[in-house]
Ligand binder design. Structure first.
Ligand code: ZN
Length: 158
């Protein structure tokens, strides 16, 4: 018999469902500076991410995808967390969120600073679902690396 969820768990579940049912920044950018996709075969989750980067900031971001509520809600929250942010702030959020989801010392993370993403911390108790929550972030990390590699090759003009 399940003893039921705490009120905090209920709140978190509502936040996750809200992002799943009304995803933010869903779609594809027409002329992205970098676009990338990834999947989590264990669960059947797929995430496609496109980013427009201007003056070292995420000028626009969109995601498309399918899969479970955790993966899609995580992607929706992620786009909200990084839109309009400088790339170094984006990398900082990426690091904080990964710590929140995977580190035993996650209490050290200021979860409140992550906004709605805080709602995903309960997922940490379910290792299989952690992969779902991290999928969009892994795609983001790869996208930033692809973007940086493109810049290093001189693919972007000043
Ligand atoms: Zn999933």
């Amino acid at each position: 018999m399940n003893t039921g969820l705490s009120s905090l768990d209920e709140l978190y579940r509502e936040v996750i469902l809200d992002h799943y049912q009304s995803p933010r920044n869903r779609g594809r950018l027409a002329d992205p500076d970098v676009a990338n996709a990834g999947s989590n075969p264990l669960c059947g989750d797929e995430i496609e991410l496109s980013l427009r980067i201007r003056d070292g900031q995420v000028a626009d971001v969109a995601f498309d995808g399918r899969g479970c509520s955790i993966s899609q809600a995580s992607a929706s929250m992620m786009t909200e967390a990084i839109k309009g942010k400088p790339l170094e702030a984006v990398r900082a959020v990426l690091g904080e969120f990964k710590t929140l989801m995977t580190d035993k010392n996650a209490e050290a993370v200021d979860a409140a600073a992550l906004g709605d993403l805080e709602a995903l911390q309960g997922v940490r108790r379910y290792p299989v679902r952690v992969k779902c929550a991290l999928l969009p972030w892994n795609v983001l990390q790869e996208s930033l690396e692809l973007y940086r590699a493109g810049q290093a090759r001189g693919g972007q003009h000043e």
